[in-house]
Design a protein around this ligand. Structure first.
Ligand SMILES: [Zn+2]
Length: 237
């Protein structure tokens, strides 16, 4: 019995010492290292997303902003950005997931345009996965060590995702002042198997006239891209 306990303790110690290494993606990288980012411009090709004007759909705005954001970040050599698509083409969710899996970025950014909830719903919205954690992760640990570690890992990604969202939110407030519908939790299908901090940005509402005008306006698009870029840079600081 004592031997078993001892062995369990050694295994636990090993897990504590060894596990943080492969799970270190959620931590800010050390100085001098490049920060890697995957940006996912939602929709594309025949999957147009929501309609914004006679000529412009969600797929066009997400691609435009993704390309601009990539350019903006890669002005500095510290950022390495990969897009899940760089043309107006249909890309499956699994193909997008594969890009993220292969590239293994420090963070994942998804871009969408919102719609619905009536004509009055407006403003950007941010969501990230994992807010509804099981109660076990919040109460003092009394379960098996592996489960505790799993909770610790989950919490770390959650903390990073929250920090990233808040950093983006601070900067987005300047573009869409006091219009934020806030942060919310929702699963992000593309990265459900990956443990990386992630946030999806719904840039505004296609169903709201004022938002539609902003989203299709070149200057506002650039302002949003700058806000996202600054938010990302602040997260890595
Ligand atoms: Zn969408």
């Amino acid at each position: 019995m004592e031997k078993q306990l001892h062995r369990a303790f050694v295994i636990f110690l090993l897990m504590v010492v060894i596990l943080p290494v492969p799970f270190s993606h959620g931590l800010p990288p050390r100085a001098g290292l490049k920060h890697s980012i995957v940006i996912d411009p939602a929709h594309g090709g025949s999957d147009t997303g929501v309609k914004l004007s006679e000529k412009m759909y969600e797929k066009d705005v997400t691609l435009l902003m993704a390309v601009l954001l990539q350019r903006e970040l890669q002005k500095s050599e510290r950022y390495q950005v990969r897009l899940t698509r760089d043309a107006d083409e249909e890309v499956s969710l699994s193909a997008r997931a594969k890009t993220a899996k292969t590239f293994r970025p420090d963070i994942f950014i998804g871009l969408h345009v919102n719609a619905g909830f009536g004509k009055n719903s407006s403003g950007y919205e941010l969501y990230f996965p994992g807010f509804n954690l099981p109660a076990s992760s919040l109460s003092p640990p009394k379960n098996e060590s592996s489960e505790i570690l799993m909770d610790m890992t989950k919490n770390k990604y959650l903390n990073s995702s929250v920090r990233l969202s808040q950093s983006i939110q601070r900067n987005m407030e300047r573009v869409f002042p006091r219009k934020s519908r806030g942060l919310r939790d929702a699963p992000i299908v593309i990265i459900k198997d990956l443990q990386i901090p992630a946030v999806v940005i719904e840039i505004g509402f296609a169903t709201n006239a004022a938002d539609r005008e902003k989203i299709t306006d070149g200057d506002t698009q650039k302002a949003v891209v700058r806000a996202l870029g600054n938010g990302i840079k602040e997260y890595f600081r």
